[in-house]
Design a protein around this ligand. Structure first.
Ligand SMILES: Nc1ncnc2c1ncn2[C@@H]1O[C@H](COP(=O)(O)OP(=O)(O)OP(=O)(O)O)[C@@H](O)[C@H]1O
Ligand SMILES: [Mg+2]
Length: 264
């Protein structure tokens, strides 16, 4: 089972060409990070995966189903997408209503709705905001509300668009736990992030986008040791990686690895 993009181009109605010749396979249970500078085409590309965008050219298939031939509601039942900006996603006036929405819309039994909501709320750490209006809570928490509401769909693929933006240390740690738990259960997690530390620590596959295209696809070590890719995509190595390379160590992106090498 997989998400496949084959020779995909996407042009917005105003004529902007945002994705060009994307070829990509994401398999069941994979952990994938998509990185690249602002405007590279990352959000446009992931919206192609859940049917919010349909390719202008080429094909996108999810578990063998072509997104052109099905509704966004159907595709998004397989591929959950958490919006970059939670205000584009949240529309209810309490966190409870927002997180219960998916189950109610799909007329799940009450017991099942509550089971899914409880799990999503626990994983997202938003328990104490349950009765708040989403518009009255901090941006960072609002992002977790938008994550929780998508989690209730329990899709085999989950896309998080910039979940680390605006998060403090505790928020980033909660995201790392969430990725671990979901991927441990077999969910494929696809994350867009500008936080290279988060990417290097939590993902074993990194896709680099620049000027509408995928310019690299590899392990964090392959990507962050390639100066040409970093330059072309205008991305920075994680700081530990930078420090390690100045100390003469390659393929060292995490603090534990650097400490091990230094104490040898
Ligand atoms: N609704 C839209 N209509 C027209 N052009 C758009 C629209 N949304 C995005 N674009 C343009 O498409 C290109 C790719 O945008 P996209 O949002 O996919 O980039 P991104 O990599 O997600 O950037 P960021 O890191 O800032 O979120 C940009 O040139 C952007 O201005
Ligand atoms: Mg984006």
């Amino acid at each position: 089972m997989s998400i496949e993009l084959r020779q995909v181009c996407f042009r917005y109605p105003n004529g902007t060409l945002a994705n060009e010749d994307l070829n990509l396979t994401i398999r069941d249970g994979e952990r994938v990070a998509i990185i690249g500078q602002n405007g590279a085409g990352k959000t446009t590309a992931v919206k192609l995966m859940n049917g919010l965008n349909r390719p202008t050219e080429g094909d996108v298939t999810v578990n063998g189903v072509n997104t052109r031939q099905h509704t966004t509601a159907f595709i998004s039942g397989m591929v959950g997408y958490v919006f970059q900006n939670p205000d584009d996603q949240i529309f209810k006036t309490t966190v409870r209503d927002e997180v219960e929405f998916w189950g109610r819309y799909h007329r799940l039994p009450e017991e099942e709705i509550q089971r899914r909501v409880r799990r999503a709320v626990d994983l997202s750490g938003i328990e104490r905001y349950f009765d708040n209006n989403p518009y009255e809570i901090p941006y960072s928490t609002k992002k977790f509300v938008s994550i929780a509401s998508v989690l209730t769909a329990q899709t085999p693929y989950l896309i998080l668009d910039e979940p680390t933006a605006g998060q403090d240390v505790a928020g980033v740690a909660c995201l790392a736990r969430l990725v671990d738990t979901l991927s441990g259960e077999g969910t494929a997690v696809i994350t867009i992030s500008h936080d290279m530390e988060f990417v290097a620590a939590n993902f074993r596959r990194v896709i680099v986008m620049a000027h509408r295209q995928i310019i690299a696809d590899g392990t964090p070590e392959e990507i962050f040791e390639d100066e040409q890719i970093l330059r072309e995509a205008r991305i920075k190595k994680p700081q530990i990686g930078e420090l390690a390379s100045r100390l003469g160590y390659r393929n060292t992106l995490q603090i534990g690895d650097l400490v091990a090498k230094l104490s040898n």
